[in-house]
Design a protein around this ligand. Structure first.
Ligand SMILES: C=C(CC[C@@H](C)[C@H]1CC[C@H]2C3=CC[C@H]4[C@H](C)[C@@H](O)CC[C@]4(C)[C@H]3CC[C@]12C)C(C)C
Ligand SMILES: C[S@@+](CC[C@H](N)C(=O)[O-])C[C@H]1O[C@@H](n2cnc3c(N)ncnc32)[C@H](O)[C@@H]1O
Length: 365
């Protein structure tokens, strides 16, 4: 091989490695690195067992129906996936419609700001983020509204990540994070000026329980908005493919059972809320939310190789490969759910707690 061929071969290999590692790299330039992937609060040697335990819930569906076990199962799930989510998606653990000419980052931020605009949060008010993850939405919302945001998540590892990010962003004076169960929140009655939940209440075994709890902590007259995961009017329970896609989404996203879109407003009314507005934010003219997920497939394939190497050399915990493979398959089910239109992750409901603090309908009868 002459020196010119050697030079061009070397340059090609270098460009290839750069593309593989950097262009197809992490979701955010300064985000999680592959070498830091962990099992959240689970020690490295227990990650594989916890992954098996997570799957055992689905082998015994009755377990998932047992409401008390769901928060633990969701907590295990987020220990397993939080680092991979941050590494491959960013700090906001939700979808948003694509916006022509805007980056994913901007589309995500606008979707989050819309939530706080809908509840008309004012500077200095106290707003609750129900199921806050590592706080991507909370930081966008606090910066946009200058309201004080209190987030709650069941997962302690996320609490620590969120606090770290809040501090780094210089938003720790406006953002506070609490570890707890949104079915029994450690907050006083009538203590918040507004609340929102972004793709989080889908983890509640009974929607009524989390809505009742949010209703309890809101001040009379204040508003709550939620972006809910639902099956749409296109979902047909007698269609085997539809059922396969929905079950695939439930298994890969720690869901005790997806709800039908018609159940959302019904449940909100049942606990006492007035419905101000209801809209599926995924329906046209909104552009597909699943484009980002589908376009990332090449990067996920590259991520899988990286995870396999890191796990083989003992840098990533054993079991990370299984978790990543599960997410890989989940991405496909979610995309199919979006393309067929049988599933939406952004069925928006805007509610108000009435001014008069009359008890919810059931309790008064
Ligand atoms: C609201 C929920 C989470 C929604 C999304 C944030 C996540 C759903 C599926 C996740 C992912 C799938 C594929 C992963 C990929 C294989 C990996 O290499 C990088 C991370 C993924 C892209 C990951 C990122 C987050 C999701 C899009 C649920 C749980 C209620
Ligand atoms: C998909 S993440 C969304 C996080 C955040 N809203 C966002 O968009 O980035 C769902 C969140 O709900 C939280 N969650 C699920 N069940 C919970 C429960 N019972 N109590 C408190 N938080 C819960 C999870 O810990 C996680 O933070």
């Amino acid at each position: 091989m002459d020196s010119l061929t050697l030079f061009f071969t070397g340059a090609l290999v270098a460009v290839g490695i750069y593309w593989f590692l950097c262009v197809l790299g992490p979701a955010e330039r300064k985000g999680k690195r592959a070498v830091d992937l962990s099992g959240g609060s689970i020690s490295a040697e227990k990650v594989q067992d916890n992954y098996k335990q997570y799957w055992s819930f689905f082998r015994r569906p009755k377990e998932i129906e047992t409401a008390e076990k769901v928060p633990d199962f969701v907590d295990t799930f987020y220990n397993l996936v939080t680092d991979i989510y941050e590494w491959g998606w960013g700090q906001s653990f939700h979808f948003s419609p694509s916006i022509p000419g805007k980056s994913h980052k901007d589309a995500t931020r606008l979707h989050e700001e819309m939530a706080v605009d809908l509840i008309q949060a004012k500077p200095g008010q106290k707003i609750l983020d129900v199921g806050c993850g590592v706080g991507g939405p909370m930081r966008a919302i606090a910066s946009h509204s200058r309201a004080n945001v209190v987030g709650i998540t069941i997962n302690e590892y996320q609490v620590n990540r969120a606090r770290l990010h809040n501090k780094k962003a210089g938003l720790d004076a406006l953002c506070e994070v609490v570890c707890g169960n949104f079915l029994q929140m450690p907050f006083d009655d009538n203590s918040f000026d507004g609340a929102y939940s972004i793709e989080a209440t889908c983890h509640a075994p009974k929607l009524e329980e989390v809505y009742a709890e949010i209703y309890r902590v809101l001040k009379p007259g204040s508003m709550y908005v939620s972006y809910e995961w639902v099956t749409t009017e296109k979902f047909k329970a007698e269609d085997d493919e539809h059922v396969e896609v929905i079950q695939g989404i439930e298994r890969g996203d720690a869901l005790p059972g997806l709800r039908a879109y018609v159940d959302i407003a019904e449940t909100a009314k049942k606990v006492g809320f007035e419905i101000v507005k209801e809209k599926d934010l995924a329906s046209p003219p909104a552009k597909p939310w699943w484009t980002r997920l589908k376009m990332g497939r090449l990067a996920y394939w590259r991520n899988h190789i990286v995870v396999q190497i890191l796990s083989a050399v003992g840098v990533a915990p054993k079991g990370t490969v299984d978790v990543h493979e599960m997410l890989f398959k989940t991405a496909d089910y979610l995309t199919r759910g979006g393309e067929t239109g049988i599933f939406s992750p952004m069925h928006m409901i805007l509610c108000r707690k009435p001014e008069s603090s009359s008890p919810p309908p059931e309790e008064s009868s």
